[in-house]
Structures are given as C-alpha cells and as structure tokens.
Design a protein around this ligand. Sequence first.
Ligand SMILES: *Cc1c(COP(=O)(O)O)cnc(C)c1O
Length: 446
Amino acid sequence: MSVGSRGERGVSGSAFPVSEELFERAVRVLAGGVNSPVRAFRAVGGAPFFVSRGEGAFIVDEDGHRFLDFVSSWGPLILGHAHREVIEAVERAAVRGTTFGAPCQAEVELAECVIDCYSGLEQLRFVSSGTEATMSAVRLARGATGRDVIVKFSGCYHGHADPLLVAAGSGLVTFGQPSSAGVPEAFAALTRVLPLDDEDRLRALFEAEGERIAAVIVEPIPANNGLLIQRPEFLATLRQVTAASGSLLIFDEVISGFRVARGGAAQIYDIVPDLVTFGKIIGGGMPVGAFGGSRELMGHLAPDGPVYQAGTLSGNPVAMAAGLANLRILERERAWERLEELGQRLDRELAPVLAASPLDVTLVRQGSIFWLSLQPGEPPRDAESIDAGASDRYRRIFRALLRSGVSMAPSAFEVGFLGLAHTPGDLSRFARALGEALDEAATGGS
Ligand SMILES: *Cc1c(COP(=O)(O)O)cnc(C)c1O
C-alpha cells in the first residue's frame, strides 16, 4: 500500500500527477489554492493531495492512493468517513428540501440532544461554524455583562473572529497584538492574552481589572497548538476567579465537545462554564456550530434581548439531520468508552516505537485526541514551552508517513484524531509506519 510502490508515477515522475495538476488550476482561481490555509501544505512542503472520497478510516485521493487517515477532517468525523447512517440521514433530509429559512423539527431535536449531554446548559443557538459560535458567544458575554474586555490564552485557537485573532506580546499584563493583518489595534486592545498554566498571572490580571472583564474564553483541552493538557487546578482557579468578579467563563469545546466525553471537557474536569461553544462533531461533517448557556444568559439574544445574532442557513435541516444522526450513533455505540480503549491501545502500540526512536518524541493523548511532542522532557502545558524547531523534524516524519500511506495533519502543531472506524490493526500499521518515519527523520531523510 506504499504510495511510492504503486507504479503510478506520471510522466513528471510524480506519484501525484492528478493532484498536482488540480493544484496548479486551484492556485489560479482560489487564494493560495485553498479555502483554509493549512490545507496548502506550506509547513510540510509539496502540493496537497486532492481527496476524491472517504471510506471509514481511509481517504482516497484523485491519483488513487488510499491513506489511513488521522486528520478526520480536523475533528468532525468521529465515526469515520461517509458513515452509512449519517449519509442516509442527510439523503432523507435533502430530498425534503435543503433549506427553508423557517424553523424545522430537526433543530429542536438536536438542541434537546445536546442540552441533555452537557451539564448546566439550558438553551442553545445554532450557527454554521465554530468561528461564528465563539464570535457570537463573545458578543453575548459583552452584551450580558455590559463589559468590554475579553481574556484569552496564548496557544488557544477560537476561530478567526477579530477579537480572538490575537496573540501574546510580553509584559505582566499582556495587551493583545493582532495576529493577522486587518485586525485593528483598537479591536485587539480589548483582548488580554495570558499564558496557560499560570494562576499567578491570571490572578494578577483580575486584581488589576477584573471589573472590566466580560469573559474569559479557553479551550479547556487546548488542541490547536499541540495538545496542551491543563492541570485541573488551573481550570478550577479560572472558574473561581471569573465567578468572583462577575465575569463569564466560556468553554470553547469546538474540538473537545462530544470528542473527549459525552459531556465534553466540562464533564472531565467537573466544571460548569457560563457559556459553551460547539462545532466540528456537532454537525456530523456538515457545517454546524452552536453556543449556549443558561436560559437567563441566552435571554439577552435577539429576539428576546438586545444582542443581535442571526443566520440565513442557521439550523439548516440537512446539517441538523447529520448532527443528530452522528450524536445518536455515538450514544448507542458507547463511543467514548470505546475510543478511550482504542486510545490506550495506541499508547501500547506506540510505546516501544517511541522508546526506540533516536528522536525525542512523546505521545500526548486525551481520549481520542493525540499529538506527538517532538522535544525532550515532559510534554508542554503552555504555548511558550513548545519548541519551534519541531516543525522541521515533523516535516520529514509527515512526508515519510505519507509515502507509507498514512495521512497526518500537515503541521507539527495540529493534533490527530482516532475514530470508531479505526481498528486495532490500523493502529499496529500506524505504529510500524511511524517507527520507520522516525528512523528516516533522524537520519535526515526528506
Ligand atoms: C476549529 C475550532 C474553531 C473554529 O471552528 P471553524 O468551524 O473552523 O470556524 C474554534 N475553536 C476551536 C477550539 C476549534 O478547534
């Protein structure tokens, strides 16, 4: 199943002639050739492969290569690609119409299902992406508290809305610096950025200006800049200082929601946030996001309250049907228990491979989310402790894995996902391929 051994090389000598031609066309008509930057493979080199279809744990590209997939569309595909029941639910919904711009039964059912899973949650609003969910939650927090300042943590990603597209600078209290052109300094100035894993800095900020802080937003299991698993005490302190100052705590569970447990990271850490955001798994592979909280807080939203928020395709019937089918299957299949078993199997399969590797590499895992920390010592808990040199080592590992038919995220700082479609045999195969890739990377192979 090795890509290099399939004898499909075109005249160019490439194993990916169709993808390369498509990418040439794409760069003419799509900015950077892609519709989301990381897909362009800039961090790992080469043209991206174009996917023609997905089948369970595998994706097949336009050149006919079949890859064992751990990207899982960046998280949504917890059941694997093209799960039959989800596809049937989509088909049944689509033939009745793809959008109505009016209420439909499926949005009530999905909301009931999500609220039943997540503690403290009484009302939801559906949107069409994780970005929209966090953007709207921040607006609601500001509207409900009458305060302007937002706090986020460096290394946490919350989508690309202006107030959250801000990275850390330095100083005791860090004022946000935009991490993108086009975000005015004046917008970023209302965002404070703190390091994860640091109670003292957190307390100091709240002492200085707690009464101005509308909300703290955090990925309770930060999984967008490596996998930075937090100490429970840090999250407990966060809950305590926000409550004490009348600020809201927003758990961004766009990745962790329905991934790490039925009740998300909130269940694992036994913390009830004031607002929660969902995306990815909640839509079963369709564009769905949601944010929610108590009935009282959600009452600030239009049409009941003064905080405006709307969407032409929000609560879309086809997307709701996919999300609902996905969640029902997860419940029925005891998904979270089984995924933890699969994760423990991954630990066992990789342990000897990582121990034998000449490179410093540690597996970091929370349930079905995993990441390879490519630096010596304990896995990092904050973004500042991540070794930037890991990128170069990862590029070689990534390319070697791709040659043996394994698809990982094209960036050292993105996590991998296990799903119910992965078998123990898939994990053994992954372990073998990773062992070879680590050897190759250590000897300086490309
Ligand atoms: C993916 C992600 C987002 C953004 O979701 P999109 O659907 O890509 O807009 C926000 N927060 C977290 C934690 C995410 O992982």
